[in-house]
Design a protein around this ligand. Structure first.
Ligand code: TA6
Length: 285
């Protein structure tokens, strides 16, 4: 599938399709996956109806690629500049695409380090379950050590926030971004009855599961290369405060984000490459 221009916003994107009929849309802007649908057309990722498709603004939903900084963990703007930057297409097939950002070190004066960031998206199937695999690789093309934090800031579409439970984090230490980074320990599943903004540290790569009692479905989130996982729901006040997010939309989304965050920045020597990935598996009821 060639690069096409989305008529509704004039932006360039790729539409990937698996053999079984699942679909994903990937914008060159930020190498941003904006949607993932199963073969019935059901949305598995959330994108806000108020999302702003106007570069350099980051798109509210899908999978923003946070690099070379996660959140406010450094001197750069929130979540770094990769999500605000246009990537080039390196390779594409019907069900996969690879995009690259070749940073020369002048993208942000506070980050004078050249690097190449590649993002590869691959659709697949596991039995009856559609899968979505995303790999990122950062290569230090400069002559100095560079350090970064990062995340794949995935927005999942759910039936209702009161119906979901996140498992696989029992006993894991997290820093609570709503409590100044206070360290806490998770006990049991994560459920949502208020704003949640946490960085779980050293999360097992087998990852986490989102169980949705409303749809009976389960999302499995498997990761590699990312030590941490962020869990976020903005709840009411944050939802109302975000211009590119509907006042009620916190009810239908949840972010689970494989991350290089609380466990400390990753230090990349000249010529060295770091890579990380997530594989999402959607098991319908
Ligand atoms: O990943 C969670 C988080 O860092 C929250 O603190 C919240 O700010 C969210 O990201 C969204 O950030 P954004 O810059 O996209 O508004």
């Amino acid at each position: 599938m060639p690069v096409v221009v989305d008529e509704s916003n004039g932006m360039e994107k790729l539409v990937l399709k698996s053999e079984q009929g699942a679909i994903a849309e990937v914008y060159l802007h930020g190498a941003h996956v904006v949607s993932w649908q199963d073969a019935t057309g059901k949305d598995l990722m959330f994108t806000s109806k108020q999302a702003i498709f106007k570069p350099p603004k980051a798109i509210r939903g899908g999978v923003p690629v946070c690099f070379p900084q996660f959140g406010q963990l450094g001197p750069l703007g929130q979540h770094g500049f990769a999500r605000n930057t246009k990537f080039d297409l390196l390779q594409e097939t019907a069900d996969s695409a690879t995009l690259v950002l070749k940073a020369v070190g002048d993208e942000d004066e506070k980050y004078p380090y050249p690097f190449e960031l590649t993002v590869r998206v691959q659709l697949g199937q596991q039995g009856h379950a559609p899968t979505f695999t995303q790999e990122v690789a950062a290569n230090n093309t400069g002559s100095e050590e560079m350090s970064f934090t990062a995340a794949l800031h995935t927005y999942f579409k759910i039936s209702a926030i009161g119906n979901v439970a996140v498992s696989g984090l029992d006993g894991v230490t997290y820093t609570d971004s709503l409590q100044g980074g206070q360290r806490m320990q998770q006990s049991g599943d994560v459920i949502f009855d208020q704003e949640v903004d946490r960085i779980y540290l050293a999360v097992p790569d087998s990852g986490v599961q989102i169980s949705d009692s409303g749809s009976g479905a389960v999302f499995e989130v498997h990761k590699a290369g990312f030590p941490d996982a962020v869990v976020w729901n903005p709840w009411v006040a944050k939802a109302q405060a975000m211009a590119d997010f509907g006042d009620e939309e916190h009810k239908e989304m949840l972010c689970i984000e494989p991350a290089v965050a609380g466990s400390g920045p990753y230090k990349l020597a000249p010529g060295e490459t770091w890579s990380g990935s997530q594989t999402l598996v959607y098991k319908a009821a």
